[in-house]
Design a protein around this ligand. Structure first.
Ligand code: PEP
Ligand code: MG
Length: 580
């Protein structure tokens, strides 16, 4: 038995046999073939390209059906590469010129491409992954091995991978993937976001899980504690199997809460909203008993797309969300590109410190045509609907005023063009830096609501990169400094009658529900899968109790004490809460 510790990114416990993705040794040895074999190798390659194209088209079609057009567009890049004449020529030149196998040609040419991507000024890590994705597909089709498809699994598995490519993550078959363990990444990797959205227990940042476990090993994923157990002994296996069963029963029991209000025992009504990345996720939020959308991360419209979304692309996505939500709240966040959000491609110059660079609202204010396109679509889509607009990463008042001025300008343009729109849309800002939190009394006079983004607030307060597994143990929302900022923003909102929500991951973490309620938080926005459990806790607590807990917590000096205390208190309210 081997126990590995990583970063818990999606809660829950799962036990199943492992499927290891990426264990193939792609270090293809140079294999020379006789000169007169070149034509045969070219024919093999041609066939593999054809089969690969067909597979990608099928995958794209299924992704459109299951997740949506925006996500499916990531495959356009794959198809484009396979159709690329220059690439074809490089393959055939390598085969005929160097007298090598088609496999060797594919591996060397595509690895050369990957290196070029990495060296390019406009380096985009996701594109490199796409190149490797294409390489793997071609090699599989050349060697005749079946690709281990994550979209068509016949049995329940735990997926182990170095990292999932965008196409693997988008095509995953939720029914059979019980858990995921990933070598790379942190809280905001594709894999973490998709795992949370789909409610699959996951641990990332494991360094070498793919080297330490093999396909067919029994693996336990503990997405609450960030632990992975490889080939557990009988006792451990029995313990975890029991926990996994109890968890299924527990989640099942929460289904009954769907149509019940999120209200405390002493009658305080709480708004429980969902975070989404794709319009299709609205259904899950509503199925889980959410009351609307508290954070629509629109940058996912850009994910994998080769060109910027048009006004109509934006409009269609927003209308889909709004129409599915009917008259419920929808908070559309303007594009949060830059830093960890898939967009180094969009930065004109690579940045030495992208988290402190031109990201989010800064990027938008420097790219006005793009920003205005999105705002036009939001204003047009919001007629007769409960929609608000949310600006990310505001750090100073002038920035906020500038963004608001642009909204006014856009509304005037639409007016002049006689296009129906909503000019008086409520405008809120994310509080995700210490500067915004400390100055929130001034901001409160200029916004309609605050939404606290704890993921970024923690990293900027504690100087801990949220995506770096090496400092993950320092990334703690329970740090007393972070808690003080949180409390200050919530209290300031109350004083100014400005609604405050929390939409960072902490809003969906049951360990923190009591504390947040006690601090005065009345709006939670979290991953859809977390909604039922948070609702359950809310319904079991009185506000007096929550306030007592919050007062006590504010007296602690370390995050460890905070977490320990909150776990005990949460268990006393909900003994089966999915927590460590
Ligand atoms: C946050 O920072 O907490 C947040 C919700 O925004 P994102 O995770 O999209 O950066
Ligand atoms: Mg953020």
């Amino acid at each position: 038995m081997k126990i590995k510790k990583g970063i818990a990114v999606s809660p829950g416990v799962a036990v199943a046999l492992a499927v290891v993705i990426d264990t193939e040794d792609f270090d293809i040895p140079e294999r020379h073939v006789p000169v007169d074999h070149a034509q045969a190798e070219l024919a093999r390659l041609k066939k593999a390209v054809k089969v690969s194209k067909k597979e990608i088209l099928d995958l794209q079609k299924r992704t459109v059906e299951r997740i949506g057009k925006e996500t499916a567009s990531i495959f356009d890049f794959h198809l484009g590469m396979l159709a690329d004449k220059i690439l074809q020529k490089k393959f055939s030149d390598t085969i005929t010129g160097d007298h090598v196998t088609a496999e060797y040609a594919v591996a060397t040419v595509l690895r050369g491409y990957a290196k070029e991507f990495l060296a390019m000024p406009q380096y985009l890590a996701d594109r490199v992954k796409d190149v490797y994705d294409i390489e793997k597909r071609l090699l599989r089709n050349l060697t005749g091995q079946r690709r281990q498809s994550l979209s068509h699994l016949a049995k329940d598995v735990i997926v182990l991978a170095h990292d999932l490519t965008p196409s693997q993550a988008a095509g995953m078959d939720r029914r059979h993937i019980l858990g995921m363990a990933i070598d790379a990444g942190g809280q905001t990797s594709h894999t973490a976001i998709v795992a949370r959205a789909l409610g699959i227990p996951a641990v990332v940042g494991l360094n070498d899980i793919t080297g330490e476990a093999a396909g067919g090993d029994t693996v336990i994923i503990d997405g609450n504690r960030g632990t992975v157990v490889i080939n557990p002994d009988e006792k451990t296996l029995a313990e975890y199997t029991k926990i996994a069963h109890e968890q299924v029963e527990f989640l099942h029991s929460l289904d009954a809460l769907r149509d019940l209000p999120a209200i405390t025992r002493d009658g305080h009504e709480i708004r429980l909203l969902g975070n989404i990345e794709f319009p299709e996720e609205v259904d899950t939020v509503l199925e889980k008993g959410g009351d609307g959308i508290g954070l629509y991360r629109t940058e996912f419209l850009y994910l994998g797309a080769d060109s910027e979304p048009t006004e109509e692309d934006h409009y269609r996505a927003y209308r889909q969300v709004i129409d599915t939500c009917k008259d419920r709240t929808v908070v559309i966040r303007t594009t949060d590109l830059g830093a960890d959000k898939y967009t180094q491609s969009r930065a004109r110059m690579p940045e030495p410190n992208p988290f402190l660079g031109c990201r989010s609202i800064r990027f938008c204010l420097q790219n006005l045509p793009m920003f205005k396109t999105q705002i036009r679509a939001i204003l047009r889509a919001s007629i007769d609907a409960e929609v608000s607009m949310l600006f990310p990463l505001i750090t100073n008042i002038l920035e906020l005023r500038q963004a608001k001025t642009i909204v006014r300008d856009v509304a005037e343009d639409l007016e002049e063009e006689n296009l129906e729109h909503r000019a008086d849309i409520p405008i809120g800002m994310m509080v995700e830096t210490p500067s915004a939190a400390l100055q929130c009394d001034a901001f409160a006079k200029e916004v309609d609501f605050f939404s606290i983004g704890t993921n970024d607030l923690v990293q900027y307060t504690l100087a801990v990169d949220r995506g770096n597994e090496r400092v993950a143990s320092l990334f703690s929302v329970a740090h007393p400094a972070v808690l003080r900022l949180l409390k200050q923003v919530i209290r300031t909102g109350q004083r100014h009658d400005v609604p405050v929500s929390v939409c960072g991951e902490v809003a969906g973490d049951p360990v923190f529900t009591l504390l947040l309620l006690g601090m005065g938080l009345r709006i939670f926005s979290c991953a859809p899968s977390a909604i039922p459990e948070i609702k359950q806790i809310i319904r079991l607590i009185t506000m007096d109790n929550a306030m007592r807990i919050s007062r006590r917590v504010m007296g602690f000096e370390t995050d460890k004490e905070v977490i320990k205390y909150l776990r005990v208190e949460t268990r006393s309210v909900l003994p089966k809460a999915m927590q460590d």
